[in-house]
Design a protein around this ligand. Structure first.
Ligand code: 13P
Length: 251
């Protein structure tokens, strides 16, 4: 019902030449991974090289952000139309690094997600609590509010077309992963909020990825949880062998 999706978020890493080399190594390693969808999200300048490198393979292309306007005087921004023309299938929106460092809010995240959907690109909408919010017992409420604010404006049909990514900020790049039980608890809450927004049938189809120090040795435990439908992988996606081990978590 929800085919697992493992996506590599390269963040601000890899030149176009490095992307070509990484994908030449990665594509043959993951092409046989049956029943798992694989995507890579290179930085914008490497997207075209990456598109050529994954052409004809099952590896899908993702971008890391987009602007909500289709074109115009928005220096430095990239539109959904441009990404669609490159063959981009997914776009990450509202990553905690964009929320913390570049001013993204639930409202701007929702606008980005809507623009992606209009261009037939699936937004991967990121949510997640800070360490302080977790330690003060507010994780579930914070994440629920982010889902309502970032996905609610898309309407019921739109909310049913997104991918969600739960990325606790304290687990990103820290080597500290949420336990499978912690991830499942939050994912279940996200699905229940999606049920309010999109209806239970659509909510049951939405994939909810976990992100935050996913590695070859912890991915299987996370994926065993009923509401964990994939992973958004940072550091471990920058090496072909390591990322392929994450993708091939079943073997
Ligand atoms: P790490 O896997 O490096 O912790 O990063 C997670 C992340 O932010 C993916 O979007």
């Amino acid at each position: 019902m929800r085919p697992p999706l493992i996506a590599g978020n390269w963040k601000m890493n890899k030149t176009p030449s490095e992307a070509r080399a990484l994908l030449a190594d990665l594509v043959p390693r993951v092409s046989g991974a049956a029943g798992v969808e694989v995507a890579v999200a290179p930085p914008f300048p490497a997207l075209e090289a990456a598109a050529a490198a994954v052409a004809g393979s099952p590896v899908r292309l993702a971008a890391q952000n987009l602007h909500w306007e289709p074109a115009g005087a928005f220096t430095g921004e990239v539109s959904a139309t441009m990404l669609a023309d490159l063959g981009v299938a997914y776009v990450i929106v509202g990553h905690s690094e964009r929320r913390q460092l570049f001013g993204d809010t639930d409202e701007t995240v929702a606008r980005r997600a809507a623009a992606a959907l209009d261009a037939e690109i699936t937004p991967i909408v990121c949510v997640g609590e800070s360490l302080d919010e977790r330690e003060s017992g507010r994780a579930l409420d914070v994440v629920a509010a982010q889902v309502r604010g970032s996905v609610g404006p898309l309407g019921a049909a739109g909310a049913g077309r997104v991918v969600l990514a739960y990325e606790p900020v304290w687990a990103i790049g820290t080597g500290r992963t949420a336990t499978s039980a912690q991830a499942q608890e939050v994912h279940a809450r996200i699905r229940s909020v999606l049920g309010e927004l999109a209806g239970p049938d659509r909510a049951a189809e939405v994939r909810i990825l976990y992100g935050g120090s996913v590695k070859p040795d912890n991915v299987a435990g996370l994926m065993a949880e009923p509401d964990v439908d994939g992973a958004l992988v940072g550091g471990a996606s920058l090496d072909a062998e390591t990322f392929a081990s994450v993708v091939c978590f079943r073997v």
